[in-house]
Design a protein around this ligand. Structure first.
Ligand SMILES: [Co+2]
Length: 330
């Protein structure tokens, strides 16, 4: 699960939308005119599926009494952003490997039930059941009040999609983002799944995003600047004319769900280098069109402003002296 970049980014985003409101009116005028002339322009051209709309969300699922909850489990209050990197000792490493492995197993299982007609709510229920049966807590549940146990982000949804009663349709692409809290440690991973045959462009977007994540992981090791990650990912996105989302970032992970460092997936000049035995996520979001996002009234669902498709892959990694161990790979 990615983190919002920072407060100032959010403020800038709001100001941007205020500015955009006037230009959008002009844009929709052009769109209608274009339709009148019999050619398509705008989101429909980019994303051939009809756009998502808010739908019914089922009640939060219960957590058995024996499961240890994270600090926000009952309150639903956002925990403070940890401003220190999370560096593991031998016990922490052992537990991170266990939570990473479980997250990967749950993600694989969730992907196996993806098919046309299955609702994202059904995926949520399956994920929730498997996580608690394995003695863990589904980290997204009640994180800042998030109502479900997993994020499911379909088509133009960039991240933080809330599972609901929409049945998956042939041609959809869906990101399933699983985080588990096992023995006091979070393991965080996500992947795209294709629903039946999808358009070549959608498939390519998914493949390039996965490739960008894999290549970024390859350069990670002790002492490498974090900004190298953004440089690799942005370079690959550029080659294929895809955009990189800037408002949501990877993050330190461990005993805290989200902490420093913020891992930007776009070209940047941020300071800081990777520390030995540090755990963090890399989770690039690539888009077909505009990299501008908007958030629904539910305060979670993030979609591309122009309705273009978005894809995301995520791993939790451990920095070692000569590379990175992927903790969420089976
Ligand atoms: Co994450």
């Amino acid at each position: 699960m990615c983190a919002a970049f920072n407060c100032s980014t959010a403020v800038m985003q709001r100001q941007h939308f205020a500015r955009l409101r006037s230009s959008r009116t002009v844009y929709s005028g052009v769109l209608n005119m274009a339709k009148g002339f019999g050619f398509a322009l705008g989101p429909k051209m980019i994303n051939k599926k009809s756009l998502l709309v808010p739908r019914k969300i089922s009640p939060k699922l219960p957590i058995p009494a024996n499961i240890k909850k994270p600090p926000y489990g009952d309150s639903g209050v956002f925990p403070p952003w940890g401003d220190m990197p999370q560096i593991q000792g031998s016990e922490g490493m052992k537990r991170m490997r266990a939570s990473g492995k479980l997250a990967a197993q749950v993600l694989q299982y969730a992907g196996s039930i993806v098919k046309p007609g299955v609702t994202t709510d059904e995926i949520d229920r399956a994920v929730h059941k498997m996580i608690v049966e394995n003695g863990a807590y589904p980290s997204p549940l009640n994180y800042g009040g998030f109502p479900k146990s997993v994020c499911t982000s379909v088509n133009e949804c960039v991240c933080h999609g809330i599972p609901d009663d929409r049945p998956l349709e042939e041609g959809d692409i869906v990101n399933i983002d699983v985080t588990v809290y096992l023995n006091g440690y979070h393991g965080d991973t996500s992947s795209m799944f294709l629903v039946g045959p999808v358009s070549d462009e959608a498939k390519k977007l998914c493949e390039v995003t996965k490739h960008a994540l894999d290549e970024a992981i390859k350069i990670c090791k002790e002492g490498v600047p974090y900004r190298e990650i953004g440089s690799i990912i942005n370079g690959i996105a550029d080659q294929h004319k895809f955009g990189v989302i800037r408002d949501y970032v990877g993050h330190g992970v461990g005993q805290q769900f989200h902490s420093a460092p913020t891992i930007s997936h776009f070209r940047n000049n941020s300071s800081g280098t990777m520390k030995l035995w540090q755990t963090f996520t890399i989770e690039p979001m690539l888009v077909q069109g505009s990299t501008k996002c908007k958030t629904w009234k539910d305060k979670w669902t993030v979609v591309t402003e122009d309705g273009g498709l978005a894809a995301q892959y995520e791993h939790t990694i451990l920095i070692t002296p000569d590379g990175a161990e992927i903790l969420t790979k089976l």
